[in-house]
Design a protein around this ligand. Sequence first.
Ligand code: GDP
Length: 457
Amino acid sequence: MYLEDTIAAIGTPVGEGGIGIIRVSGPDVPAIARRIVRRVNENGDFVSHRFYYGTVVDPESGDTVDEVMAVLMRAPRSFTREDVLEIQCHGGYLVARRVLDAVLQCGARPAEPGEFTRRAFLNGRIDLVQAEAVIDVIRSKTDVALNLAQHQREGRLSERLKAVQGCLRHSLALVEAFIDFPDDEVDPASRVEIEAKAREASGRIEELLEGFDEGRVLRDGVSVLIAGKPNVGKSSLLNTLLQEKRAIVTSVPGTTRDIIEEVVNVRGLPLRMLDTAGIRETEDVVEQEGVRLTLEKIPQADLILFVLDGSRPFDDDDRMILAALAERRVIVVTNKSDLPVTLRIPGELEGVRAVAISTATGAGIDDLRKAVFETFIHGRAIDSREYVALSQTRHRDALVKARGRIAVFFANLAAGNNLEILAVDLRDALDAVGEVTGETTPDDILELIFQRFCIGK
Ligand code: GDP
């Protein structure tokens, strides 16, 4: 019932632009195209995948709505595997809206967010991992995050998951064969094979799980807090990392009062920077608000850049911040290395990675980028074409579940438990992997996943 109607949406962002694209998908597409697309010097059926020049007309009055290019893609050679019509009109909210209205007047209904991609998934053109990657492609903030998403969209992660499923199915088929013939003992050769395939599945899952932390930070980014007392150079550092002047820089202590969030790209790792007011004890009400926010943010940050002024001694203000940093992942950044060094880093910070920089000269900034990068990424070739990683918590959780079921399977196998029990374990493991690829994902989860999409995707 879900796939029997025809859906339509504006696929381009709302606002003014060169072109606006209206997408239509479903069984009524050929009729809608015939009714509202008037092609220049063309009659008869639309040839699939041919671009036509013409106009869209109002289905009632026949009045011209806009000058367009239109293409009809017949099922199954389309994004949704259904008949799809795409109309390119002038970019502009009203004109695209009018073309969409003409389509809706012919009986299509407005698409829900992500519904085109959802149809592509339900019609089996892509699996759920690939569908989810579509939204990651759209949202990617760095080249590396984009490559990771593209590899997933192309099906490289799906291939790895299929290999896991292949092993589990192989193992399960053998177990089931012996269930069907209860008189037969499992012969040693088959037992070896059953074990080997389950072990291979487990190993492949383990490999994917190992890459998760990096995949996740590349996809979601990490939050980085620049902490330090006023005037040490926090705003200057943020600006240097952003490579453009956006935050306010001033020599009056404590003027960066608002929390500003910006995304900085460090070798492909997206950093969500939280620049805050300087931390220190103060009577100033607004200043205090900033201090409170900073202290609040410390536990939320994945990494804290603790900025010190290398030209001044370590003082009580620095010590107050230091006290709030216990148990946190910290890089000590001593700024103003262009000035004579007076600072002595206290013993508490021994063993904590420290980088000397000067935002004034740019010295040490690359070392700092490197230190930040290496805190999260450990030598994987993340920019290679072969880089495939798990990047979503949902996927990780399902694979952890699968790994758990395989462990139970081995325990039952070792205990000599009966074959039915072993088969259940393997089926559970398969179901858990299927939650990632979409074969066994519950409907409410699917609902949540596609809600994150934009309309028209
Ligand atoms: P914040 O209060 O910690 O955000 O510090 P700012 O970024 O506003 O910098 C405070 C003052 O220190 C400004 O006058 C900057 O020009 C100066 N400053 C920042 N970085 C450096 C540096 O590397 N060397 C020197 N000599 N001065 C710096």
